[in-house]
Design a protein around this ligand. Structure first.
Ligand code: MLT
Length: 242
């Protein structure tokens, strides 16, 4: 049996066993969802960058998608709402990408054996990728500026529960237990439950709350973005029954 660990914020990353694991970076509102949307609309690759200077070096060479506190950086081509990652804007292109929490979370997850980006959009494909693996699983939530957030924890619980139901995984991690309990509370009325999340108010204040339902819509793609040589690239796990 392989183990599942859930880490609720990047601040706690070093406190949890993650070496050699297949990791998932989770930032439901909105980085994970935007990245999956980008690949759904034909993006070539997404380069997660931490600093403004790194981003500016890509000016003219890539689509720059960047926000801080949810607001588009002034020199960026687009902000971080999934609705900006349209086929017209990003098909076939490289995206230089930086967000408040998501980018850092991806770069930490990349320290594990392999790192994927998980969202509701690719939920089943993500779980297929994890179940096909022969490694422990490390679910790393972006949270908000080092703090726990509900939406990422609920999603981590959904993934953990599905993996345990597969019979290949188990967990002795209290964070995983808590996350699965949150999922069991939320799953019957996900949008109703997520109204409790602080991110609702943050996004409402910047007129960006319109994409919250989309960010909680499952199985819109079979693409699992995987981190490879400094960039996220598309990968589509084979259906076991096809
Ligand atoms: C994050 O990186 O914390 C979020 O994706 C920020 C946002 O898009 O509002």
């Amino acid at each position: 049996m392989y183990q599942i660990t859930v880490c609720f914020t990047p601040v706690q990353f070093s406190a949890y066993p993650h070496e050699g694991a297949n990791a998932v970076a989770i930032d439901i509102l909105r980085a994970s969802t935007s990245i999956c949307t980008a690949f759904m609309n034909g993006a070539h690759r997404v380069i997660p960058l931490s600093s403004v200077d790194e981003l500016k070096a890509y000016a003219g060479k890539a689509v720059i998608a960047a926000e801080r506190d949810g607001v588009k950086l002034d020199f960026a081509d687009i902000g971080n709402s999934p609705k900006y990652f349209t086929r017209e804007t990003i098909e076939g292109k490289t995206i230089a990408y930086s967000t408040t929490n998501g980018t850092h979370t991806i770069r930490l997850a990349a320290q594990c054996h392999q790192a994927a980006v998980g969202s509701y959009l690719n939920f089943s494909a993500l779980c297929r990728w994890l179940e096909a693996g022969t490694r422990n699983v490390f679910l790393l939530c972006a949270g908000w500026k080092g703090r726990f957030n509900l939406e990422d924890a609920v999603f981590a619980g959904a993934v953990a529960q599905k993996l345990i139901d597969s019979g290949k995984f188990e967990s002795i991690c209290d964070s995983a237990m808590a996350a699965m309990d949150l999922w069991s509370l939320a799953k019957g009325n996900l949008m109703g439950y997520i109204k409790k999340a602080a991110q609702n108010e943050r996004l409402r204040k910047i007129n960006a709350a319109d994409t919250i339902p989309y960010c909680h819509t499952p199985d819109q793609t079979d693409i699992v973005p995987l981190y490879k040589n400094g960039a996220l690239e598309r990968y589509t796990p084979v259906h076991p029954f096809l």
